[in-house]
Write a protein that binds this ligand. Structure first.
Ligand code: FES
Length: 109
């Protein structure tokens, strides 16, 4: 499933998406770090809240970590590991993506 065009997401930027996927409503987001795309479900491992409060805004002010807007948990952009906040050592649920030509696609594991 197409999530974005490669050029659509700048380095260190994010893009939220919503899709019907395998019979479920999937809320997720893409993040690009050092030229690599990562995708996660938009659900904080603390209490399951969405991470962002503004469209496509998933990072801390410095752009170094994914940040949950609810209680401020910080997650690594590549692994989704929580390194600060109430859910330390838990992970965002990652989704598999693949770059095909100029498209970033969600793929089934
Ligand atoms: S819901 Fe994300 S830190 Fe509490």
């Amino acid at each position: 499933m197409l999530l974005a065009k490669v050029d659509e997401i700048a380095e260190g930027a994010c893009k939220g998406f919503s899709a019907d996927w395998l019979g479920e409503k999937l809320e997720g987001f893409l993040v690009k770090k050092e030229g690599v795309f990562y995708a996660f479900k938009n659900s904080c491992p603390h209490i399951g809240a969405p991470l962002n409060w503004m469209p496509d805004e998933f990072l801390d002010p410095e752009g170094n970590y994914i940040q949950c807007s609810m209680h401020g948990a910080l997650f690594e952009m590549d692994s989704g590991l929580c390194v600060s906040g109430p859910c330390v050592a838990k992970n965002l649920e990652s989704l598999s993506v693949q770059v095909a030509g100029d498209e970033v696609r969600l793929v089934i594991d």
